[in-house]
Design a protein around this ligand. Structure first.
Ligand code: F6R
Length: 242
């Protein structure tokens, strides 16, 4: 596990975009695992900028996202499909038939998860998986639990996650209570993982996740065992790891 210290959010975003750009340049038909949330926004902005400058080509890329809220349609502005479209897909020359997220509109959890697993198996190994870090140590929507999850599953969001995500909704009541998420085993099978983390509010969990014991109560702690994990965190997020 390599930890890179970034000066601030912009520096973190630029460093993360550098790594993703290198991945795309080295393997133009790679599979990128993508994340939503606020942290990767700057990284996506940088990637779009590089595309606009003619330095990146997304035409052969396949993407698989970590998660999607259960019950939200693509045109719902809170859905992760909508987020990805707004912040990346609609702004670059990506082939929309090669972008995948769990299907939030599938009401039957078992069917939704099975279908997404089939997609993940068909696209093959993820070359680079981008991750954010939840305040409780979640990655994707793999919440603290008694065991590490394997493949795609339906999760009931913890109260902490609902409160954290309420900032994107009019009220906390509107935050969907369930989501479909890629499992830890799939994340750990990625060739490389890249975690972006910013802000003092993440400092406690950064210390726990990457310097504490490996436990499913802190799902991100498993990344300590990944053979090619890169953490890019800003000074505020690393402030408790001196
Ligand atoms: C998003 C995701 C989540 C977020 C995490 C951090 O697809 O899977 O695990 O990465 O909740 O979110 P932010 O970046 O908003 O702090």
């Amino acid at each position: 596990m390599k930890i890179y210290r970034a000066k601030d959010y912009n520096d973190m975003s630029r460093k993360a975009a550098n790594l993703i750009s290198a991945q795309i340049l080295l393997k133009p038909n790679c599979v990128l695992g993508l994340a939503t949330g606020s942290t990767p926004l700057g990284t996506y902005r940088q990637l779009v900028e590089r595309y606009n400058q003619g330095d990146l080509d997304f035409s052969e890329i396949t993407t698989v996202n970590l998660d999607e809220y259960k019950g939200l349609t693509h045109d719902n502005s809170q859905s992760y499909y909508y987020f990805m479209n707004e912040n990346l897909f609609s702004k670059v020359n990506i082939n929309k038939s090669k972008v995948f997220l769990p299907d939030g509109t599938e009401p039957d959890s078992e069917t939704a998860c099975q279908k997404y697993n089939e997609i993940l198996h068909a696209v093959g190994v993820i070359d680079l998986q981008l991750l954010g870090l939840g305040h409780n140590g979640h990655i994707g929507f793999n919440e603290p639990a008694d065991f590490f999850t394997t493949e795609t599953h339906c999760i009931t969001l913890s109260e902490r996650t609902i409160q954290a995500n309420a900032r994107f909704f009019a009220t906390a009541e509107e935050v969907p209570r369930q989501a479909y998420t890629m499992g830890i085993k799939t994340i750990m099978s990625a060739e490389k993982v890249l975690v972006v983390i910013s802000g003092e509010d993440k400092a406690d969990i950064v210390k726990k996740a990457f310097f504490g014991p490996i436990t499913p109560q802190v799902p991100a702690s498993i990344l300590q065992l990944h053979r090619n994990a890169v953490i890019i965190a800003d000074e505020a997020a690393l402030s408790k790891c001196e």
